[in-house]
Unconditional design. Structure first.
Lengths: 355, 840
């Protein structure tokens, strides 16, 4: 009898392991463990066996039944998983279609994005961001910035006038003066904003954007200016860049410099690998990027000392640098578009190119 | 300023090529904008020839066949065909041999002209770019002490080819508007020796000048006036070397006297004017302010009307020239001139600048005077001119010089502290080096305790007035390349955005993140825009627009009072180019003249109020079509309002819409609203809140005026809506933003949600129903909003069903239906008082 149990157990084990589907497995369960199947029937008949056999046979039959039940459960879950998997595979989709419905992402204008990037660079260097009025007085736009009364920039050919004393600012520099009037030294600010000059051609638009920088402390040197602008140049144009300062003239800085950045297109060589002249820097190896200098002592002399900015700006006790760069110029250099006017035309196909 | 290198090298000749000179000048502050080549492309093959014989060409009347002795340059005479009428036997001429490279870079070839082989070319001056002359060949007799030997390389006699430096001279450096001034820079920049001043020998003399009277009535505008008289002047062409230099400098040679004035101006930076003294009526000149409306005919033949700020020079018959700007026709030097009065004067720079701009008349002279020259330059230019008048025109100097005003003030002495140089630059420059640099630039120095006492030469009087200016001189010549790159110490400084700046960035990011493109429009707008936008005569956007006094055009003559104009223009441009679906926004400044008393700050000073505005325009679908949504919904009022809510939500501001009063004449009167600060009130009643802007569908007439309507009408499934737009005062919106919010426990006790559907008349705004619900619901009613709107036959004409979601919440306990039942009953009663009927 025990032999028969063993035989049944082995036979069933083999069949269960080979069951091809859930239905086939169910048939096997009925065949081996159903009410009328041999094993359960034997189990039920254990009571009728002689006492000395009862224990051994009962134990063997019970063990066989439990083993088969466990085996069926295990096989069943494996089969179900496989069958689910087969069904899910049949539900496959074309994952190469685009997402839907569309979740479009727009863009900031390239000028906004560029200005923001520049602000962030200088914030990292410890500057705060200040903004000021676009309509300015002649006092802040020229007088306080040490422009002589007959300076050509004041002419109506160079400045938009609203009245004799009120202009559209021609640069962001008036905010240098307003900033120093409002805050005591040390002062580290960048001033982004729109400025205006009556020029209109492929390289000039009557409105454009600048970012001004001003740092005034006890001991800010021309070498500090170079270091600050080197950090800017490397962040914007690449780690390999160098800057050079060229002497120049501005009424409100002394010494004044123009700042060139080594050309990122030809790595400052002026020529490409194929020997052709670099189209970006025209073979110069350098790109003119901005104007700068040490703040002219006469600018400090225009700053009245008040409660707001005490102890004030005594040129013997403070010194600093200032610079101003064109946002359009930086954006054009970085992105390589040819005509300034594209920026204000706002063709969507132009706008969507920039991130 | 064009400086021929050949000319520059006469005074300072460093052993450097043109590129190195360019680099040194640029890096010391005289930027070389470009280097041009002037003259022939190579000096080889250009030689002196002597014409041995001239005979007629057998085939052509206008051509002659010449036998030309080329000395050692060729064995035996060459046969050259020449078309010039003035060629004659015995002349020394300039010859180009086959292979010689002409100014345009081409190589001359031996050619056969009408059957006669020509073995070279006899040159006219224009063919060498020496001057404009092409009438006849260049005759060299008289050069090089009379008779240059045939075969002599032409380059030994004439500046045949030179590089020309085009310099950008900054307005503070009028001394560099002369070749010698540039030579001084080159001397300082390279250490190469500087030749003595070329005007140090003066054939003229000082003291009274008989027969000439000069009267200066306005010395404040004419600090110095000098004049010298030359007799026996023979007017003729200038010698080729002078023509060549002037041509290379970009000046057209005219005759010897005029060329001398131009040459001396180019050399010294000081303009001169030559009068035909026999045409100076009465032999006297008066310098005076012009009378208002006085008219003068200038050398260019134009009649000019003057004002009292302008200065004229007049003789016995009236004004002859506009001082410092342009001479007059009457006393112009001409072929018959025998006596020349050479005027060299110093004029007030700002006044000349004003005159030249006011008359629209700029000349080489005015562009120099306006930068402020030194009175001392007058006598330098007189000396130089006298040398040339004697040498080139056979003139005799009449003893004496008219000199009204005399030299300028004594040189200023400025202390340059040695340590200050280090403090400003960040690196030390030894005192000896400072001294060396300043002396090379023409400054005199004396040693002082802590540095140098520096006296400023007259030419630098206006530019160098303070220690800082001397530091710049030292820095630029010592070399800015030497500066290390350091960073400021930044004591106590840290970079950050203000809360308002951060929120502004967030506002832009929210809109861009919702698929909108930012545009940047023009600040300038047209007066016609107010009418195009259908603005009322008293609309603030019309009456407070700020006009420019000097606009570039009428279309750009006002400062914008709304962003809508530029946004519509951008939309129209894109639609015209075939981009039909547009989702655009702009953040920019708008302006209004400040009627009565601004809000302080810049406004009080300028009378113009300005603030940042934000505007959005959407045309077509709310989002791009996709395969999963081929026809996305068209943007309408509510799509725009959803953008407003997203924007306000991101900033933490409560805003609402109010239909009445009508927000703007450019909007659809039924589908538009004022945007008001604060929570949604009952429609019309909201007018008391702070108005932040407007929102709505554009008026169909506006859409048509900008041609934005056609495609929308034709859009599949679209009902032809006009674009929708909004404009918000961004500065105010941000000012209302709540930066920080306290914590509320929304987790411990869940909210109880109940829905309610109520049928109301169409003219009861949702906001009114919600306001009634909130008032009735009391503190436990945490939120109430509309989640469905339905109208249809079951509801009945003129009515609609609003489905409201009510959310009750207590901070102390979990609420049950039974606990909120009385509140719900009160809410239902409140809705019934509005004529509402509960559904279902």
């Amino acid at each position: 009898m025990i032999e028969r149990i063993q035989q049944l157990r082995e036979e069933a084990q083999m069949a269960i392991a080979g069951a091809p589907s859930s239905e086939a497995l169910e048939e096997l369960r009925v065949r081996y463990l159903g009410r009328r199947a041999e094993l359960p029937v034997m189990l039920r008949g254990v009571a009728q066996l002689p006492a000395q056999e009862r224990g051994a046979v009962g134990r063997a039959a019970n063990e066989a039944r439990q083993a088969l039940e466990a085996l069926i459960a295990e096989r069943s879950s494996a089969l179900q998983e496989r069958e689910l998997d087969t069904r899910l595979r049949g539900e496959g989709i074309d994952v190469t279609l685009p997402g839907a419905p569309a979740q479009p992402v727009g863009r900031l204008h390239v000028l906004t994005a560029t200005a923001r990037e520049l602000e962030d660079i200088f914030m990292g260097l410890g500057f705060t961001v200040l903004e000021g009025p676009e309509v300015e007085t002649v006092h802040y736009n020229f007088d306080a910035l040490n422009h002589a009364p007959a300076h050509p920039a004041r002419a109506e050919t160079d400045t938009f006038y609203i009245s004799d004393e009120v202009v559209l600012r021609t640069h962001t520099s008036p905010m240098q003066v307003r900033a120093m009037e409002a805050h005591p030294p040390p002062l580290y600010v960048v001033i982004p904003g729109r400025v205006y000059r009556p020029d209109s051609d492929a390289t000039h638009t009557p409105q454009f954007h600048q970012i001004e920088g001003l740092a005034v402390d006890e001991d800010i040197t021309l070498a500090d200016l170079k270091g600050t602008l080197l950090a800017f140049a490397r962040t914007v144009f690449g780690e390999q860049r160098e800057v050079r300062l060229r002497p120049h003239f501005f009424p409100f800085t002394e010494p004044s410099v123009e700042v060139d950045v080594s050309c990122f297109h030809c790595s400052g060589n002026g020529f490409m690998r194929d020997g052709s002249r670099c189209a970006l820097c025209k073979g110069e190896g350098w790109l003119e990027v901005l104007g700068a200098g040490e703040v002219d002592p006469d600018v400090y002399r225009h700053i009245p000392t008040t409660e707001r900015n005490a102890p004030g700006y005594d040129p013997e006790r403070v010194q600093g640098y200032a610079w101003g760069m064109g946002v359009e110029r930086i954006a054009m250099l970085r992105h390589g578009f040819p005509d300034l006017r594209l920026l204000f035309e706002n063709d969507v196909r132009f706008l969507e190119q920039f991130r | 300023m064009r400086v021929p290198l050949e000319w520059l090298r006469e005074y300072c000749d460093p052993p450097l090529g043109v590129e190195e000179i360019e680099e040194r000048l640029t890096m010391t502050g005289t930027k070389v904008e470009a280097v041009h080549r002037h003259g022939v492309a190579g000096v080889e093959g250009f030689v002196v020839g002597r014409v041995l014989d001239v005979r007629a060409h057998p085939q052509a009347d206008r051509l002659r066949v010449c036998e030309v002795d080329l000395g050692g340059a060729r064995e035996g005479p060459a046969t050259i065909v020449c078309g010039a009428p003035n060629v004659a036997a015995g002349q020394r001429v300039a010859v180009a041999l086959p292979g010689a490279r002409m100014p345009d870079g081409s190589a001359l070839r031996a050619a056969t002209l009408r059957g006669v082989a020509s073995e070279g070319m006899i040159l006219a001056e224009d063919e060498l770019q020496i001057g404009p002359g092409h009438e006849g060949i260049l005759v060299l007799d008289g050069l090089d002490g009379g008779a240059p030997e045939p075969g002599t390389p032409l380059a030994q006699l004439l500046p045949l080819a030179t590089a020309v430096l085009e310099l950008e001279v900054t307005p503070n450096r009028p001394d560099c508007l002369g070749v010698y001034g540039v030579a001084r820079e080159l001397h300082a920049a390279t250490g190469a020796p500087l030749a003595p001043e070329p005007w140090r020998e003066d054939p003229g003399s000082f003291g009274p000048l008989a027969g000439v009277q000069v009267n200066v009535e306005c010395p404040e505008l004419n600090p110095r006036f000098t004049a010298r008289l030359f007799e026996g002047v023979e007017i003729g062409p200038s010698p080729p070397w002078l023509k060549a230099r002037l041509s290379a400098a970009g000046q057209r040679p005219i005759n010897n006297v005029v060329d001398i004035t131009n040459y001396v101006m180019w050399l010294t930076g000081q303009p001169l004017h030559a009068f035909d003294f026999d045409w100076v009526a009465g032999g006297r000149l008066t310098v005076r302010r012009a009378h208002e409306g006085e008219r003068v005919v200038t050398l260019d033949g134009e009649q000019r009307a003057l004002d009292e700020e302008m200065v004229v020079i007049e003789d016995g018959e009236g004004p002859t020239s506009i001082a410092g700007v342009m001479g007059g026709e009457r006393s112009e030097v001409q072929a018959s001139t025998r006596r020349v009065l050479m005027e060299v004067a110093n004029w007030n720079g700002p006044n000349i600048h004003r005159t030249s701009w006011a008359l629209g008349l700029r000349s080489e002279a005015s562009s120099r005077f306006e930068k402020g020259l030194a009175p001392e330059q007058c006598t330098e230019a007189q000396a130089m001119a006298a040398q040339l008048m004697v040498a080139l025109c056979g003139a005799r100097t009449v003893p004496g010089t008219i000199d009204v005003g005399g030299p300028g003030p004594a040189p200023a002495v400025i202390r340059l502290r040695e340590r200050r140089v280090r403090e400003v630059l960040g690196v030390p420059v030894a005192r000896a080096r400072q001294r060396e640099i300043l002396q090379a630039l023409g400054f005199a120095t004396a040693d002082a305790d802590d540095g140098l006492d520096v006296s400023v030469p007259p030419l630098r009087r206006h530019d160098v007035t303070r220690e800082a200016d001397l530091i710049e001189e030292v820095a630029r010549i010592d070399g800015l390349e030497r500066l290390p790159a350091t960073l400021p110490r930044r004591r106590g400084a840290y970079g950050r955005l203000t809360a308002a700046q951060r929120l502004r960035r967030r506002a832009l990011d929210v809109l861009a993140g919702r698929g909108l493109y930012e545009v940047v429009g023009w600040t300038f707008t047209s007066p016609a825009l107010a009418d195009r936008l259908r603005l009322a005569p008293d609309d603030e956007r019309r009456v407070r627009a700020v006009p420019l006094r000097n606009p570039l055009s009428t279309e750009h003559s006002l400062l914008r009072t709304t962003l809508l104009g530029s946004l519509l223009d951008v939309a129209a441009l894109n639609v015209a180019r075939g981009v039909e679906e547009l989702r655009l926004f702009e953040v920019g400044t708008i302006f209004a003249s400040d009627g009565a008393g601004g809000q302080g700050g810049a406004e009080r000073e300028t009378g113009v109020h300005e603030h940042r505005s934000l505007a959005v325009l959407v045309r077509g679908a709310v989002r791009p079509a996709s395969w999963g949504e081929p026809r996305p919904p068209q943007a309408d009022f509510f799509a725009m309002k959803a953008l407003l809510e997203a924007l306000a939500g991101a900033l933490g501001v409560e805003v609402s819409c109010a239909r009445e009063p009508a927000p703007a004449p450019f909007l659809h009167p039924g589908r538009s609203a004022r945007v008001v600060a604060g929570e949604e009130l009952a429609g019309e009643e909201a007018a008391g809140g702070e108005v932040l802007g407007w929102l709505g569908e554009l008026h169909p007439l506006i859409a048509r005026a900008w041609e934005l309507d056609s495609a929308a009408a034709a859009a599949p499934g679209g009902e032809g809506r006009a674009p929708v737009a909004m404009e918000i005062d961004l500065d105010r919106l941000i000012a209302l933003a709540q930066h920080e919010r306290g914590y509320r426990d929304l987790i411990s006790f869940p909210a109880l949600r109940q829905d309610l559907a109520v049928v109301l008349a169409l003219d009861v705004p949702a906001a009114q129903a919600l306001a009634a619900v909130r008032a009735a619901g009391g503190e436990l009613l945490d939120d109430a909003h509309v989640f469905d709107v339905y109208s249809g036959p079951q509801i009945g004409e003129g009515r609609r069903s609003l489905a409201l979601a009510l959310s009750f919440r207590s901070a102390e306990r979990t609420l049950s239906d039974a606990q909120v039942a009385p509140l719900r009953a009160r809410i239902v009663e409140a809705l019934e008082r509005l004529g509402g009927e509960l559904r279902g």
